[in-house]
Ligand binder design. Structure first.
Ligand code: NAD
Length: 331
């Protein structure tokens, strides 16, 4: 087992990206301590270290956990993270995401924990005028989820400047794919993300799969996104953590593949991987969906030496397909 000083608090460690990061941390000799209220996470994803069932809105529970496990750094994933849902209940998004992040930072300050890696999002950019999106692109979120993440970024930078903390803010594009061993994967319950929804449709698990919009100003008319494999995301977190531990300054980084794929590209790849074809109903555009979101991923390469290794679309789809088959017993 890793020494206590290698203990990293992973809020949201039972979730999709958090669990993959716990696995990667354990493989590198860290002790991931998951802190999760299991609201959207899974108890069976908690396999790589101790875990605490708690809520980030509960300041005392966070403080106690930092001290009890002699935590040396925090990777903070726990959040409410669905754009459409945030339009219906913004109060919950601000409470969990903003108050929760303030609690994490304040608990760290009081416990003397200096380094934080934070899950931010390309949703902080809103619908940018230009792609690819650099870190200097104006942040103009268009929904409460994106706004809550931008507020967290500003709070984190203010804590860093004022309280001798160092923060690495990772703005992910579309997290996708699954662990190569198919031990863990993407399972958001009431699934709204394109790849798992399309796979569930191909598996016959849902019958209301829709393509939202085919009249965007993109090559095939469907929305274009940047899919970053979850294993690459986990690697990026560890690179950011190590840089902070080595004395790096507080920075924000895009984490994307730098490649854009349309909805139709994704569906074609799923048909290829599954050998099944499925009829996708074409629906109207979904409110608040920008036509194209693609990262300029130069900065993270230059500062952290990070380049994605697993984010080829076919690998993303094949790994996700394998995991969904295992999870849903439909191989
Ligand atoms: N999935 C994506 O494409 C994507 C893109 C950009 C940013 N992000 C961010 O990455 C992070 C993780 O996203 P994910 O896709 O793994 O989602 P997820 O829902 O699988 O994981 C979130 C985890 O946080 C836990 N959680 C939620 N509220 C909590 C609370 N109040 N206290 C303690 N635990 C709580 C959940 O139980 C879950 O395990 C989030 O911060 C999200 O905003 C995700």
């Amino acid at each position: 087992m890793a020494s206590p000083s290698n203990a990293i608090l992973v809020t949201g460690g039972a979730g999709y990206i958090g669990s993959h990061t716990c696995k990667a941390l354990a493989a590198q000799g860290y002790l991931p301590v998951a802190f999760d209220n299991l609201s959207t996470g899974h108890a069976d994803f908690l396999k790589w270290g101790p875990s605490v069932q708690g809520d980030i809105v509960d300041f005392r529970a966070l403080s106690d956990t930092l001290r009890r496990f002699n935590i040396s750094a925090v990777i903070h994933f726990a959040a409410l993270a669905l754009v459409g849902d945030s339009m219906k209940r913004p109060e919950d998004y601000y409470r969990t995401n903003v108050t929760g992040t303030l609690n994490v930072l304040e608990a760290m300050r009081q416990a003397g924990v200096k380094n934080l890696v934070f899950s931010s999002s390309c949703a902080t950019y809103g619908a940018p005028d230009q792609v690819p999106i650099t870190e200097d692109t104006l942040q103009r979120p268009i929904n409460p989820y994106g706004s809550s993440k931008l507020m967290c970024e500003r709070i984190a930078f203010d804590f860093a400047r004022t309280h001798d903390l160092s923060v690495s803010l990772l703005r992910y594009f579309n997290a996708s794919g699954a662990d190569a061993d198919a031990e863990i994967g993407e399972d958001h319950g009431n699934e709204t993300h394109l790849i798992p929804r399309a796979i569930l449709s191909a598996l016959g698990r849902i019958d209301d799969f829709e393509v939202f919009g085919n009249d965007y100003p993109t090559p095939d008319g469907t929305a274009v996104r940047d899919y970053i494999h979850v294993t690459d995301l986990a690697t990026a977190h560890i690179a950011a953590l190590k840089a902070l531990q080595g004395g790096a300054n507080s920075e924000a980084f895009n984490v994307g593949s730098g490649e854009g794929h349309s909805v139709l590209d994704v569906l074609k790849a799923i048909e290829g991987a599954s050998g099944r074809s499925f009829a996708a109903v074409k629906g109207p555009r979904r409110a608040g969906d920008p036509p194209e979101l693609v990262a300029d991923a130069t900065k993270i390469k230059q500062h952290l030496g990070f380049t994605p290794q697993h984010s080829d679309l076919n690998n993303v789809i094949t790994s996700a397909w394998k995991w969904h088959n295992k999870r849903h017993g439909n191989a």
